[in-house]
Design a protein around this ligand. Structure first.
Ligand SMILES: Cc1cc2nc3c(=O)[nH]c(=O)nc-3n(C[C@H](O)[C@H](O)[C@H](O)COP(=O)(O)O)c2cc1C
Length: 164
């Protein structure tokens, strides 16, 4: 992050594995202008995430995630499953995006209808161990994040007695 920040003249948004206020503060300390969070919001009330997908997010760790081109033709991280397994061991080269995405969409739609996580794309970042609650309101998640970040900041101000 600091290397990117030093090399570009535009604001840098940190993305990937930021799940709470600690991640936000860490990213800001490394020079980011802000963060983008994906996975944490998949568990919010407002997200249209299926219940089997929510369960997979809450019971998996980063070690269960893999980068795959199996679903869309472009590399993306998701929770490993039978679809990825079969595709990756088949030796078949995925078609270029968006053809592969189009090709697999019927399977994924039907898997969703049947609530089958083994044949769905379970997109996920690597901050899974930090996810705890399902069904929080998105606004409450943002408010909690800001409170956590502020309390870290206040803690620093309280303890920093000018170490120099
Ligand atoms: C449901 C979902 C769909 C995503 N779709 C895309 C996508 O189409 N293109 C892309 O570049 N990243 C996509 N991502 C990855 C996000 O860019 C990623 O979640 C973001 O970098 C934040 O990381 P985090 O999920 O660890 O918070 C997706 C992530 C999720 C959870």
């Amino acid at each position: 992050m600091p290397q990117i920040v030093d090399h570009v003249q535009v604001p840098v948004v940190a993305a990937g594995g930021v799940v709470d206020g600690r991640g936000l503060v860490a990213a800001l300390a490394l020079g980011a202008a802000g963060v983008q969070m994906g996975t944490r919001f998949l568990l919010t009330k407002e997200a249209g995430t299926a219940s089997y997908y929510r369960k997979a997010l809450l019971t998996s760790t980063e070690e269960d995630t893999v980068l795959t081109r199996a679903f869309s033709g472009r590399p993306a991280r998701g929770i490993d499953n039978e679809f990825i397994n079969q595709f990756e061991t088949s030796g078949v080269e995925p078609l270029p995006f968006p053809a592969q995405n189009h090709l697999t969409s019927t399977i994924r739609k039907e898997a969703g209808r049947q609530q089958k996580q083994e044949y769905s794309s379970l997109w996920s970042g690597q901050g899974l161990r930090l996810l705890q609650r399902d069904g929080e309101e998105a606004g409450a998640v943002v408010a909690q994040l800001m409170n956590e970040a502020k309390s870290i900041w206040r803690g620093w101000n309280k303890t920093a007695q000018d170490p120099l």
